[in-house]
Design a protein around this ligand. Structure first.
Ligand SMILES: CC(C)(COP(=O)(O)OP(=O)(O)OC[C@H]1O[C@@H](n2cnc3c(N)ncnc32)[C@H](O)[C@@H]1OP(=O)(O)O)[C@@H](O)C(=O)NCCC(=O)NCCS
Length: 281
């Protein structure tokens, strides 16, 4: 697998944000990172009330300049209490320097101190780079695929008419697998040896998905995803067909007891599904 990017070492400080002035700065970061309309922004008053009510809001500073932040709040999912992480953003010119990862690990430390066992968050399964961060670097898992979570009109979609499908990630922050990822340890898997439920169609110039294979039964199964879906923004057809293929594969294998548990990032990118429990009825 190829390394992410060449990185310059930056002196980054992470600290908890507590004041109204600090929260107001988060609007500017959201506008730049997501190019949100005013109605899509998480407002200052949401941060002001979350902070004293058990939320964790951390800022990353380079030379006293706020360059990124992470925001989570207490949540209950299927009766289990955790923090739900709703926003993670690093200014474009500071991305790829390890700041996003540091914010996640700092969020974990705070959550552990506060007595939590898990952190959840959502992300778009079509985003390979985020998948690499979430499943590979951090060791989060998912067996929950949510169709069109934020609606079709949301600015969070990849283009007009593309549903905002999301994974709900589960980060079991006290478990050994997460502690090992913290130390940079992960399994070495040979992707050539594993069966593929979805992969690029052979023999076409376009990078389009082939037919989803639903009859696989091994311990580990691969699901391919394009390396950089953002480069296709505005092109409905290839994005919609990859989304359809992923939806079909994940919904099918999640029902049969598989979880997306790791990610291989390279010239070709693959989710690794692992059999973890007996199928849902
Ligand atoms: C997602 C985001 C917060 C990551 O922050 P970042 O500071 O750029 O990320 P980092 O440099 O800490 O990299 C963290 C991990 O992301 C992945 N990553 C980062 N850059 C990558 C690249 N160019 N290619 C592949 N993977 C990459 C890697 O897994 C990396 O871990 P590694 O160094 O162990 O390989 C940032 O890119 C961002 O703000 N994106 C826009 C908003 C967004 O998508 N938010 C998250 C929604 S889930």
């Amino acid at each position: 697998m190829k390394p992410s990017t060449a990185r310059k070492t930056l002196d980054v400080r992470i600290r908890r944000l507590i004041s109204f002035e600090e929260f107001r700065e988060l609007l500017g970061i959201q506008r730049r990172v997501w190019r949100h309309d005013e109605t899509d922004l998480t407002p200052t008053h949401q941060f002001c009330i979350s902070a004293p009510m058990g939320g964790i809001i951390l800022g990353a500073y380079v030379k006293n300049h706020l360059v990124g932040f992470i925001y989570s709040f207490p949540a209950v999912h299927h009766g289990r209490i955790g923090q739900h992480s709703h926003l993670l953003a690093v200014l474009p010119e500071y991305q790829g320097h390890g700041i996003g990862k540091r914010l996640k690990w700092a969020q974990r430390s705070w959550a552990l101190k506060l007595g939590y066992d898990r952190i959840t968050w959502t992300f778009d399964p079509l985003q390979a780079r985020n998948a690499n961060l979430n499943l590979h670097a951090l060791g989060a898992l998912t067996s929950t695929y949510i169709r069109n979570l934020y609606g079709l009109d949301s600015k969070l979609n990849l283009g007009p008419g593309i549903p905002t499908d999301r994974f709900l990630m589960d980060w079991p922050i006290r478990e050994k697998r997460v502690a090992e990822r913290r130390r940079g340890r992960s399994d070495n898997l040979d992707e050539e040896a594993l069966p593929r439920a979805l992969e690029r169609k052979d023999g076409t110039a376009e990078f389009l998905p082939g037919t989803t294979r639903l009859g696989l039964t091994g311990k580990r199964i691969l699901v391919e995803v394009p390396e950089n879906i953002n480069a296709w923004r505005g092109r409905h057809e290839p994005i919609a067909s990859w989304q359809k293929g992923l939806r079909r594969a994940f919904e099918h294998y999640f029902r049969r007891g598989y979880a997306a548990a790791d990610f291989l990032f390279g010239d070709r990118c693959f989710y690794i599904l692992e059999k973890r429990r007996t199928p849902r009825r």
